[in-house]
Design a protein around this ligand. Structure first.
Ligand code: FAD
Length: 472
């Protein structure tokens, strides 16, 4: 029996799914959102962006209070009430997800909590606490996101081995913690636990931390991580883990085959994420999946099944919340008959470590790999008054500029607040701004945003605060 029919069914209520559902409802469609959790929010709000940033804020307060001793202000070591911290973090999450449920109701979206599965190109079954329902739809948007990857052959059924979801629960403060994977999730959570008092080590298979990012900028993050973590083991991999009474015994192998055994109270596995495609009934549709596990879509977010669109983590890199939301909006607009496509020049990426690392548009490594001509302008934060007043002159702002047109092709920033500052780079790239435009736009003093203007001045060889004449 068809319990319900709807114009648009959205499967998955993360930042992709709820943004799509909200936009479609605003455009006049009758929308039904099907999601596993009680409220919309997905990984980002329940076990990703939001709880991790709440805890990183706490880490920042602790770290700054410790470092204030350099300025003659000495605080006692913090007393950490883990139950209170956990409940504050959980309150942040419920406030945000509850708000989304209210917004969903205000838009008259039908919200069904349950597990959805396609039974054909225009129908799905939904397992709910009240039994199975069926839903017929004209269009559907698939937005079931991603989950953490386990290391094949290494998974251990022991609560002391956690993924990012487990680590965000803050079960305890381990004395010694190993982070497997030096990507952004591992480093962000590693810095949280380190600030709270754990001795954190990280092991990374590649020769650098944050392997996908511009290493010119990463080195600033790596220097700080090395001063905070007990051990940073690059070019190394975990080959075995054994649960023992006194901890998790981990065998780590370096690139020359040398092995060492170490014991940790807890291990955080953060080696990447994989899409959720199993159990969705995709075999009952014409949807195609590529070799990397992503649903194949076009620039309008259409899958190979005419009635079904796919967005967010399930539809390809970068696996980031803002990319998911923008795809969601495009899919909703296309389904509502508007002319829309997902064609950004710049999708920003932010690593919320201390210091933050952010980039938008072309990166130097990508330019080199793809043989794209560029000119580089770099402004070191040692020359920034604002960075110096913060005691954080270890940053850098850099621009990649088209040598012919002088258009801004890419921006990279490392330093506190880089995640906020990069928005100017996105706007510059999307609006086809030139280095001259950035140089001529008056930035407020003293702010870190001036480093953007001054890096454009560096390009012309006359930055006020550094002497670097342009080479003829
Ligand atoms: P998701 O958020 O994964 O949501 C999918 C939803 O679908 C979930 O609610 C899931 O329960 C539901 N679902 C799955 N299967 C079914 C089914 N069969 N039926 C019904 N519902 C189903 N990104 C950023 O941009 N910035 C950050 O700072 C950031 N930090 C992160 C930190 C961590 C620790 C993690 C893990 C991720 C972080 N991300 C961050 C990534 C971000 O969370 C994801 O890119 C984003 O959530 C993807 O959104 P989505 O809508 O594609 O899917």
């Amino acid at each position: 029996m068809a319990n319900k029919s709807t114009q648009l069914a959205v499967l998955g209520g993360g930042p992709g799914g709820y943004a799509a559902a909200f936009m479609a409802a605003d455009l006049g469609l009758d929308v039904t959102m099907v999601n596993l959790e009680e409220n919309p929010g997905g990984v980002c709000l329940y076990r990703g962006c939001i709880p991790s940033k709440a805890l990183l804020h706490v880490a920042k307060v602790i770290t700054e209070s410790r470092e204030a001793s350099e300025w003659g202000i000495t605080f006692d070591e913090p007393e950490i009430d883990l139950d209170k911290l956990r409940s504050w973090k959980n309150d942040v999450v419920s406030q945000m997800t509850g708000g989304l449920k209210t917004l969903s109701g205000q838009r008259k979206i039908t919200y069904i909590q349950g597990r959805g599965q396609f039974t054909g190109p225009n129908s799905m079954s939904i397992e709910t606490d009240d039994g199975e329902k069926t839903l017929e739809f004209e269009h559907a948007i698939l937005a079931t996101g991603s989950v953490p990857v386990e290391i094949p052959g290494l998974s251990l059924d022991d609560e002391r081995v956690m993924d990012s979801t487990g680590a965000l629960e803050l079960p305890e403060l381990p004395g010694k913690m190993l982070v497997i994977g030096g990507g952004y999730i591992g480093l962000e959570l590693g810095q949280v636990y380190s600030a709270l008092g754990s001795e954190v080590s990280v092991v990374e298979m590649m020769s650098n931390l944050l392997p996908g990012a511009d290493q010119d900028l990463v080195k600033h993050v790596a220097n700080r991580v090395k001063s905070q973590f007990v051990d940073v083991m690059t070019d190394s991999k975990v080959t075995e883990m054994k649960a023992q009474k006194n901890g998790i015994k981990v065998t780590i192998e370096d690139k020359d085959g040398g092995q060492q055994n170490k014991i940790y109270d807890r291990v955080l596995m953060s080696i990447g994420r994989k899409t959720v495609t199993d159990g969705l009934g995709l075999e009952n549709t014409a949807i195609e999946i590529d070799d990397n596990g992503f649903v194949v879509t076009d620039e309008q977010c259409r899958t190979a099944e005419d009635s079904i669109f796919a967005i967010g983590d399930i539809a390809g890199e970068p696996m980031l919340a803002h990319k998911a939301s923008h795809e969601g909006i495009v899919a909703a607009e296309v389904i509502s008959g508007e002319k829309a496509a997902f064609e950004p020049y710049a999708i920003p990426a932010v690593v919320f470590t201390d210091p933050e690392l952010a980039w938008a548009g072309l990166t130097e490594s990508q330019a080199k790999k793809e043989d794209i001509d560029y000119e580089l302008a770099r402004f070191p934060w040692a020359a920034s008054g604002r960075a110096t007043t913060l005691g954080r002159s270890d940053g850098m702002t850099k621009l990649l500029i088209d040598p012919e047109t002088e258009r801004i092709l890419g921006m990279g920033i490392v330093g506190p607040g880089a995640g906020e500052l990069i928005a100017e780079g996105v706007l510059a790239i999307e609006m086809a701004a030139t280095a001259e435009d950035l140089k001529m736009s008056i930035h407020p003093h003293p702010t870190l945003s001036e480093t953007v203007m001054e890096s454009a001045e560096v390009f012309f060889g006359h930055s006020t605060h550094i002497y670097r004449p342009k080479r003829k």
